[in-house]
Design a protein around this ligand. Structure first.
Ligand code: PMP
Length: 606
């Protein structure tokens, strides 16, 4: 393959989406760890396949079917070469990394894991390398144990070695952390696992896009990754199954393609990898993935890795300049890919960070990143995460830092959360200090209009929340939590007959959930329960984009109207209200008006 020089500007021209604008600004795409963008070469390969060769692979004797089969099997060969698999028959196409782990948990796990056995995971795993093992443990009675993560974001390798024992049947570990960018020494882990008689599955979802991966030397029994994080299409992923493991596995899904002979009451199976690919395969996905692999190979994975590492290092350098930033994970180097940087900004909730950045066209992630055990390990409900790839530039990294300064100026006066009950779920959070907001530089502000005035109402409630004073004699007290971001709220209500005589709303969360709680306290106090239910229904209708009942005035709640297009933030806005509602229902004050939204949050006694 002809090598191509690593020229970021030339690379960017291959990615049509990078020239679009977002909210009137140039798109700065820093979310490639969630999914990467696709170059023309991939888009063209998929389109060419659909226009010229689409047919069902493996099934027909006609020319198109043969061509589709050849393209599909050729993609398998190219992907195998790219990751250094010893044989293309080790490459099983699946939908994504998640399906790869589930395939192994069923096909290998069900046949090899018994009650009392152990599966060793790590605290830094993505949920997709945890939940399939939880399900296997439920099916088999096996036990899950987790290798701890050190303060610096590296795995505790001494603990790992100490936890290995003859009981461990499988080690399931990520190659590169999607939150910390830590590179785990998978070859060493594989050697140690094998010496202890265990097998090892490596989650390469964040490694294959960013590092030269050589499975020949990595020694993993199972290695999974997704096409959509490495310039390929969604819906195609890979699990590389070492040939020595083939005979230890049962089929995963049953159906066409994966069989040799079928009787009405029994069947025999095709050889791997086809044994594990039931049903019509995603041929266009495989073709697109092969084109992505060619694109990356032409640049050279060493060059791609060096570029990402450099951007990661620069990001950490400039973010350290921003007051109140806390960075997670090691600095880029031999044990960090630099492909992601996770951070928190003191006093600014990660959701608010992401939303301010979005206003400036910068796309990042905020939340638990499907790594809740790791969030707990670092005692944060969520982080913001910027991620980098071959098309990102130094200027984009610097712009990220500049926008964070703006986010701080907008929200930092609120520094930290609200005071919670002394022994309740909010106890560990510091009381707020409220100083007047410094609004951002006009250069970086949206044009005036509803959006601007709504934002000012939200910010005002966030910085000067109502409902902070204790209520004596509250009959109803309920706690709610949004598991997506860890926001929590306690609502205490004192009733005087039909009337809401006192409300206290204590919470810790983003500007939207805190402001919504403040509006709840100010709007509901003095109203009847029936009026409160009407307002709640009106809020839900507004957030679904439905018309309001004719005479209903939502007051300051109207400022939340722009959230209807942001489903994640809708949950933030509803949290205090559904917590109030569920508390009243449980207390028997109102009948079950309980909507789907509240079921998505976790509630309980405070
Ligand atoms: N593992 C890691 C480390 C990931 O980052 C991700 C995606 N965020 C996954 C697994 C799951 O990938 P997919 O959703 O494509 O199955």
């Amino acid at each position: 393959m002809t090598q191509r020089p690593f020229d970021v500007e030339a690379i960017r021209r291959d990615f049509p989406i990078l020239s679009r604008s977002v909210r009137g600004r140039a798109l700065v795409y820093l979310d490639s760890a969630a999914t990467s963008q696709k170059p023309r070469q991939v888009l063209d390969a998929v389109r060419r396949y659909d226009e010229e060769a689409n047919a069902n692979a493996h099934r027909g004797v006609h020319a198109l079917a043969e061509e589709a089969t050849r393209l599909y099997e050729d993609a398998r060969e190219r992907v195998a070469r790219f990751v250094g698999a010893r044989d293309a028959r080790e490459v099983v196409f699946v939908r994504n990394a998640t399906e790869g782990v589930n395939l192994v948990a069923h096909a290998w796990g069900d046949a090899n894991v018994r009650e009392g056995d152990e599966v060793l995971v790590t605290v830094m795993e993505h949920h997709s390398n945890l939940v399939p093992w939880h399900l296997l443990a439920r099916r088999t009675g096996a036990r899950i144990r987790a290798v701890p993560v050190r303060d610096d974001g590296r795995l505790d390798l001494d603990a790992f070695r100490a936890m290995l024992s003859p009981r461990v049947r499988l080690v399931a570990v990520t190659h590169v952390s999607n939150v910390l960018a830590t590179i785990n020494p998978v070859a060493d882990l594989a050697r140690a696992a094998h010496e202890a008689g265990a097998r090892i599955l490596v989650d390469g979802a964040q490694a294959v896009p960013h590092l030269p991966v050589d499975l020949g030397s990595a020694g993993a029994d199972f290695y999974v990754f997704s096409g959509h994080k490495m310039l390929g299409p969604m819906g195609i992923g890979v699990v590389v199954v070492a040939r020595e493991r083939h005979d230890e596995m049962l089929p995963f899904l049953g159906g066409g393609e994966m069989i040799r002979e079928v009787e009405v009451d029994s069947s025999s199976y095709a050889d791997p990898p086809w044994r594990f690919e039931a049903g019509t395969p995603n041929v266009e996905g495989a073709v697109g993935l092969a084109a992505a692999v060619d694109y990356l190979s032409a640049l050279g994975m060493e060059a791609v890795a060096a570029h990402t590492r450099r951007l990661g290092a620069r990001a950490r350098e400039v973010l350290r300049e921003v007051p109140g930033v806390r960075l997670f994970g090691p600095d880029p180097g031999v044990d960090s890919s630099g492909s992601v940087v996770s951070f928190t900004l003191d006093g600014v909730h990660p959701h608010d960070v992401a939303q301010v950045l979005d206003r400036f066209g910068v796309a990042i992630r905020a939340g638990h990143h499907c790594a809740q055990p790791l969030m707990r390990r670092f005692e944060v409900p969520a982080t913001a995460r910027a991620s980098f790839y071959l098309y990102n530039t130094d200027d984009e990294v610097d712009f990220l830092a500049r926008c964070l300064v703006e986010a701080t100026r907008e929200f930092a006066p609120a520094r930290a959360g609200w005071e919670g009950p002394a022994d309740g779920p909010l106890a560990r959070f510091a009381p707020p200090t409220h100083t007047p907001p410094a609004l951002p530089d006009p250069v970086l502000r949206d044009s005036a209009g509803d959006g601007e005035s709504d934002r000012e109402v939200i910010l005002d409630h966030y910085l000067h929340p109502s409902g902070q004073d204790p209520v004596d004699g509250a009959q109803v007290e309920w706690w709610g939590r949004n598991p997506l971001c860890g926001d929590e709220v306690v609502v205490r209500t004192r009733l005087d007959g039909e009337r809401i005589a006192g409300l206290q709303v204590l919470g810790r969360g983003c500007s939207v959930s805190v402001a919504s709680g403040s509006i709840l306290a100010s709007e509901l106090k003095g109203r009847t329960v029936v009026e409160a239910v009407r307002l709640l229904r009106g809020l839900k209708a507004m957030l679904r984009g439905e018309p309001l009942p004719g005479d209903l005035d939502l007051g300051d709640l109207t400022a939340l109207r722009g959230l209807k297009d942001l489903p994640v933030r809708v949950k933030c806005a509803l949290l205090p209200w559904t917590t109030f509602e569920e508390g009243m229902e449980r207390a028997g004050v109102i009948e079950d008006a309980h909507g789907a939204e509240s079921r998505e949050a976790t509630h309980g006694h405070a």
